[in-house]
Design a protein around this ligand. Structure first.
Ligand code: GZL
Ligand code: ZN
Length: 333
């Protein structure tokens, strides 16, 4: 009996001394690691220069140095991958979810699950169409209808200056991903304009999905039908690059005097170069640099503040007769 007691006593002394030593070992007061804010970000894909610039802005802002642990998912332009990513973020119990939605519909269920898990959701870039707007806390993005109207009004002005405002105008419309807010609204602006200008006609609407490759294929096949066009209204620069390749292959003059006019959206650097070279007539800016805004939204929420529900970013446009090399140098993307 004694041996057992003395063994137990010995063990207790050993345990206490280990505890004491380890406590001493921690004599230097370890500053508790600054708690990183854990953010799950579901990105549409990497379909365009704009998207790459957006990803760069978001990952730079949501960095560990800035106090974030970022879990990034590239959905490769498929909504089911975004739904999967959001469910994974919920499983990992992140502090915030950021979603750049590929299309406006299909988010109600998964955002109900995020709400049930108490995880705030921030929407960036395109918008979502949900029954209950409380399913997301804030949205940051562009006024895509205004972008489209900027393009249309520039075209009206340009034609007026050439005395062509009532002449027949055959428009080739290259659309972005069906159901994306950018597609819906840039298309709406053109449809409104055709209502107002009876001599304007959209000769075809091509589903370019915002990629250069898809746009090139569709425009190449369209041009083989031999229909004349006066304007290409292209809902992003990468699709414009594809259209330009097809126009060149078909030997059709574009950009300058008498050529097919090209109106494009995003205003990424390569498109601005084409604008300077007179190959693209108009570049309407779509600002991808949402990272800092999203980071400050998250910090406000983390501090218990109530940020604005919607934040629109400022945007401008560039035309081939006003753009300069200096303007291109000054650009961030
Ligand atoms: C617009 C964005 C669009 C860009 C495209 O904010 O959603 O998606 O115009 C990108 O370049 O692919
Ligand atoms: Zn107008």
């Amino acid at each position: 009996m004694r041996t057992i007691k003395s063994a137990v006593t010995g063990l207790m002394i050993l345990a206490l001394s280990v505890l004491f030593l380890s406590a001493c070992g921690q004599r230097k007061t370890t500053i508790p690691e600054e708690r990183l804010i854990r953010v799950g970000f579901s990105q549409v894909g990497s379909e365009s220069d704009w998207r790459m610039a957006n990803t760069a802005s978001m990952t730079a802002a949501l960095s560990e140095a800035n106090g974030f642990e970022l879990i990034f998912d590239n959905a490769k332009q498929r909504q089911e991958n975004q739904l999967l990513a959001i469910r994974n973020f919920i499983q990992q119990d992140v502090d915030f979810i950021v979603l750049a939605p590929i299309a406006e519909s299909g988010w109600d269920d998964v955002l109900q699950e995020a709400a049930a898990a108490g995880i705030p959701v921030i929407i960036v870039d395109r918008q979502i169409d949900v029954e209950d707007k409380n399913l997301y806390t804030s949205w940051v993005g562009s006024d895509f209808l205004q972008e489209g109207r900027t393009a249309v009004h520039w075209l009206e002005e340009c034609l007026r200056e050439q005395g062509r405002e009532d002449e027949p105008l055959r428009i080739l419309h290259i659309q972005g991903t069906d159901g994306a807010t950018a597609q819906i609204m840039r298309s709406r602006a053109l449809d409104e304009a055709v209502e107002v200008h009876p001599s304007w006609e959209i000769v075809a609407k091509l589903p370019g999905e915002y990629t250069e490759a898809k746009s090139y294929e569709l425009v190449r096949d369209f041009l083989q039908r031999g229909e004349q066009i006066d304007v290409v209204y292209s809902e992003n620069d990468n699709m414009s690059f594809g259209a330009i390749r097809a126009l060149e292959e078909a030997g059709i003059p574009y950009g300058g005097e008498g050529g097919v006019m090209i109106l494009s959206f995003d205003a990424v650097r390569d498109a601005l170069r084409f604008c300077l070279e007179g190959k693209i007539n108009l570049c309407v800016e779509c600002n991808p640099l949402h990272g800092p805004r999203v980071a400050s939204l998250i910090r406000q929420l983390d501090a218990g503040e109530q940020p604005a529900k919607e934040t629109y970013v400022d945007e401008t446009f560039f035309s081939s007769n006003t753009i300069t090399e200096e303007m291109i140098e000054a650009r961030d993307y």
